[in-house]
Design a binder for this molecule. Structure first.
Ligand code: NAD
Ligand code: DAU
Length: 337
């Protein structure tokens, strides 16, 4: 069996690859794993270093929008797990062209190649942000899509393209919509690693607006386990919400981080709000729980404490990433990581 993992050098994709190649998903123990990644500012060879020696892993540097590249890696692929994306909301406010290109055009290029070459499963990794913002209650999978940020709009577009490939070409697509992930190897542009690395370097935490926006936090390991389950047992054409069940205001999150890092409230700086800042995300996870028997396993307190410790112990990983250089590009070349 061959698995193509796009964006496998990013935060979540690399966790999936590290788990996949070290026996965490027994149904895929014999699988050959190909990572296709453009190594933008968010892709990092260091994320795959722990499994670089695996004889089952091949890493290809290439762009998912490049038909020639995708047509080279797709033949013989049984399962596609598609993580590659521009993923940071603030960057999409600064400029969204790359979001539309990678998230929409790139996803289309992959889906077309998967259909052309007869892939037997395509897991499209999406986000709860496609639903918009919700004050009360939680979204089921059939809730209308009302994305607010340009990032979320590009992901919602890609979800629709993916589902249309199922209906039109019978491609066995599953779409997953997950809540906010946290854990090791997350780029320090995102809230938790930004706040933690700021505190570790004596800088204040920049809290947007009134800090009362709510996010539902899920450990990256629980997200990846859900994806492996959807890949193995999900029904083609179906959407699965994946959530953590730990809803927190950003203020509450910051309080916990201050405590873990022994810092005082003077280390919080209220700054201008994000444009179109979604107030609350909340997915209803009944479907994946009842149909696939999925439940998160990592208790938030433990996961957060472990994550803070990981950043404290891995300065060599994150120091070069603060502040981030822009963009990146690549052609088709093999890299050893
Ligand atoms: P990330 O930004 O850490 O990683 C993205 C990866 O995609 C990088 O390795 C990057 O080099 C690669 N990439 C970008 N453009 C590419 C292109 N054109 N061709 C090939 N590779 C390209 O993102 P992440 O946080 O790991 O998110 C992965 C996926 O999960 C995304 O699709 C995102 O929308 C989704 N998601 C993320 C979260 C979260 O909390 N981070 C939650 C739900 C869903
Ligand atoms: O919900 C899933 C989504 O979660 C994913 O699809 C995205 O890829 C991922 O980036 C994340 O989006 P958010 O915008 O929710 O995550 P971010 O880490 O950027 O911000 C989390 C919250 O913290 C949000 O309410 C904004 C706030 N924030 C963020 C930053 C970077 C601040 O208050 N200050 C900051 O400096």
């Amino acid at each position: 069996m061959r698995i193509l993992v796009t964006g496998g050098a990013g935060f979540i994709g690399s966790h999936f690859v590290r788990q996949l190649t070290t026996g965490a998903y027994p149904e895929y123990d014999d699988a050959e794993v190909i990572v296709l990644d453009r190594f933008t500012y968010a892709g990092n060879e260091a994320n795959l270093a722990p499994v670089a020696g695996s004889s089952r892993l091949r890493v290809v540097r290439g762009d998912i929008c490049d038909t020639a590249v995708v047509d080279t890696v797709m033949p013989g692929t049984d399962l596609v797990v598609h993580f590659a994306a521009e993923s940071h909301v603030d960057r999409s406010i600064a400029g969204a062209a790359e979001f539309v290109r990678t998230n929409v055009q790139g996803t289309h290029t992959l889906l077309q190649a998967a259909a052309d070459h007869g892939a037997s499963r395509f897991v499209h990794v999406s986000t709860d942000e496609v639903y918009g913002s919700i004050e009360h209650g939680s979204w089921p999978e059939d809730h209308p899509l009302r994305p607010n940020s340009l990032y979320a709009a590009s992901k919602a577009s890609s979800d629709l393209v993916a589902l249309a490939f199922h209906r039109t070409h019978d491609l066995p697509v599953c779409v997953t919509r997950c809540s906010n992930n946290y854990g090791p190897y997350q780029n320090p542009e995102k809230a938790i690693p930004l706040f933690v690395t700021n505190l570790l370097t004596g800088h204040p935490v920049p809290l947007y607006g009134d800090g009362r926006n709510v996010r539902d936090w899920l450990h990256v390991d629980d997200h990846c386990r859900a994806l492996a389950l959807v890949a193995a047992e999900g029904t083609p054409g179906e959407i699965y919400n994946i959530g953590g069940g730990t809803e927190l205001t950003n203020r509450d999150l910051v309080s916990r981080l201050l405590e873990l890092l022994d810092a005082g409230p003077e280390m919080v700086e209220q700054v201008a709000d994000r444009k179109a800042h979604d107030r609350r995300y909340s997915v209803d996870c009944t479907k994946i729980r009842t149909e696939l028997g999925y439940a998160p396993r990592v208790p938030f307190e433990q996961g957060l404490a472990d994550t803070v410790r990981w950043y404290a112990d891995h300065r060599d990983w994150w120091e070069p990433l603060r502040p981030q250089p822009a963009g990146g590009a690549g052609s088709l070349t093999e890299v050893s990581c």
